[in-house]
Each structure stands twice: as structure tokens, then as C-alpha cells.
Design a protein around this ligand. Structure first.
Ligand code: ZN
Length: 309
């Protein structure tokens, strides 16, 4: 993902600082209108999620599919035509049916940076953390509903987890060299009518940084961003959200363009001035289980709040 290329010639980091001074007042105002209900606050297993991050970085897509055995799995596989030739792309979708009519989609990319492969690049945060948090969501959703268990519907909307592929550019980020997996999936879901059923779509990306500051992405849908903030506030996590804001290009864009309520949950300040982003320094020692916990609990609570709307 990256900042939108609408400001040519301006270094990304200084641009980011310039556009990020406004306070997310809307989020603050909206959150005060939301009242806590009696449901217990969610609590993900952050140690387990952290271990997933470590293992995912090493094993990739086989690791995901092995983890999901017994779940309702669907593949969206195709061959992408890129500036570097043809590449196989495979989005992996796990479906957790609910009693309510409608779908909540949670996405996270599992591909790592192509042009850094072979340089010892691990992508612990960029690719690893998003993959891992979705695996932990799968664990949480197994136990959802009354009693949980296989074949039991969760009490709320259906939740679809999507591990996306081909998020990264193969060469340089442009509208056509990026988001291969989600551009394909958005078109497919437009054709088969799925898009109309999606109540909310949330993308997880680079959420493992020990110094966690989730950005308010101005390409996202304001009410959904506000709801995520309100969910964070319920757990006392709000200081990790929306200190900065600006437009971000990520897997949510093909869906934003088609009118789907969407949000990118991302910390695009990875190390001072984002220095670890897309470098071989994107390694486990920069990450923290606590960050996975903050994002994980917040998103599980957001799902709960969406169910109640
Ligand atoms: Zn990336």
C-alpha cells in the first residue's frame, strides 16, 4: 500500500506530516453517541497471533490453508498479467455463516514484496501481521455464536475472511501495477451480486508495529472509521487511533470505488519516518503481541457493533 500519488514531487514523509495535522473530530463526536451494551468485550489470544506472524513469514499460503481445515474455504485463483510477466494469484476466502442477512468482510494481504525477494526480506509486519491477525480471527469465529462449533451459525452477519494475494506492486506502484488480487475479486463480486450484500469491509495491514498508530485513511468510509474508533474507545485503545490522517491506497480501494463501505486499518509509520517499510529491516523484533491485541480486540468489537446495527 502507499500514499496516493496525487502530490507529485513531494517527498512522501513530509507530505504525510503536512496533511495529518487536523484532529479526527468527527470520530471523537461520533464515539460519544455510542453506548456500551452488556456483551463482554472481546479478547483475542495475542501470544498465539504473534506466533502466527512468525510462522506465516516463513511458510506463506500453505500455512494459511492448513490452519483453516474444517472451515468453509473458497479460492479465487487466476493468472495476472503484469509488467514483469504472468503471475499466479490466489485469494483465499474463509466463510463463517451468520443468522443475519449480509456479510462483513475482513481482508489482509499475505503476499510479500516481490522486488525485495532474495534480499533476505521477511515482511514480518507488511504481509506477516495481516495474515496472522486473520488466522486469529478465524479462531475467534470458530467459537462465535451460542456455543460455537462446526456448522453452527454465528449470531449476526456472516463474516468472510479474505487472505488477499498480489497486493504489492511487481515493479513500481501504479493503478495497474498493484492490488491484483482485490481488483479481480471486486470485479467478480460485482458480477455475482456479492458486493450488494457487504455491510462493511475492513482491511488489516501493517498492524504489528510495537509503536502502534493506526492512521485515519481519508479514502475510507467515514461512518465505518468512526465505528472502529468507538470500538477502540470501549476498550481504552483510542490513543492508538487516528492521530494522523491522509489518503492511503490499499486493498480496500477496488471496493471503495464500487460503493462498498470500507476501511483500511493500517499504521503507515513503521519506524521513524516509516524507515522499515519495504526494507529487509521489516523483522519480528520491531513487532509486539500487544499491537495485534489492540487491533484484534478492536476489530472483533467492531464486528459485534455492526451485528447490532
Ligand atoms: Zn507493502
Amino acid at each position: 500500500m502507499k500514499l496516493r500519488k496525487a502530490f507529485p514531487g513531494v517527498p512522501l514523509c513530509s507530505l504525510w506530516l503536512r496533511i495529518s495535522l487536523a484532529l479526527p473530530l468527527a470520530a471523537v463526536l461520533a464515539s460519544t453517541a455510542v453506548h456500551a451494551d452488556n456483551a463482554p468485550l472481546p479478547h483475542i489470544d495475542s501470544k498465539r497471533a504473534f506466533q502466527y506472524t512468525r510462522e506465516v513469514a516463513a511458510f506463506g499460503e500453505r500455512y494459511i490453508v492448513d490452519h483453516l481445515k474444517g472451515d468453509q474455504i473458497e479460492d479465487d485463483a487466476f493468472t495476472a498479467d503484469t509488467v514483469e510477466g504472468k503471475f499466479p494469484v490466489r485469494n483465499i476466502i474463509a466463510k463463517f455463516p451468520g443468522t443475519k442477512d449480509g456479510i462483513i468482510v475482513i481482508m489482509g494481504h499475505y503476499d510479500t514484496n516481490y522486488w525485495l525477494r532474495g534480499s533476505g526480506y521477511v515482511g514480518a509486519n507488511d504481509g506477516g501481521s495481516s495474515t496472522a491477525i486473520l488466522l486469529e480471527f478465524a479462531n475467534q469465529l470458530h467459537g462465535a455464536g451460542s456455543g460455537g462449533g462446526a456448522g453452527k451459525k454465528r449470531d449476526g452477519y456472516s463474516v468472510w475472511l479474505v487472505w488477499t494475494d498480489g497486493e504489492e506492486a511487481v515493479k513500481t506502484w501504479t493503478a495497474t501495477d498493484s492490488l491484483y488480487g482485490t481488483r479481480h475479486l471486486a470485479e467478480k463480486w460485482e458480477r455475482d451480486g456479492t458486493l450488494k450484500k457487504i455491510k462493511a469491509l475492513m482491511v488489516m495491514d501493517m498492524i504489528g508495529d510495537a509503536d502502534l498508530n493506526i492512521d485515519r485513511d481519508t479514502n475510507g468510509t467515514p461512518w465505518l472509521l468512526d465505528l472502529i474508533y468507538a470500538a477502540a474507545e470501549r476498550q481504552g485503545y483510542q490513543s492508538h487511533f487516528y492521530a494522523r490522517q491522509g489518503p492511503i491506497e490499499d486493498d480496500h480501494l477496488p471496493f471503495v470505488k464500487r460503493g462498498v463501505p470500507s476501511a483500511d486499518v493500517i499504521d503507515l509509520d513503521y519506524g521513524y519516518n516509516n524507515v522499515f517499510h519495504h526494507t529487509p529491516q521489516d523483522t519480528m523484533d520491531k513487532l509486539s503481541p500487544r499491537s495485534l491485541e489492540i487491533v484484534g480486540d478492536t476489530i472483533m468489537e467492531t464486528i459485534h457493533m455492526l451485528d447490532q446495527r
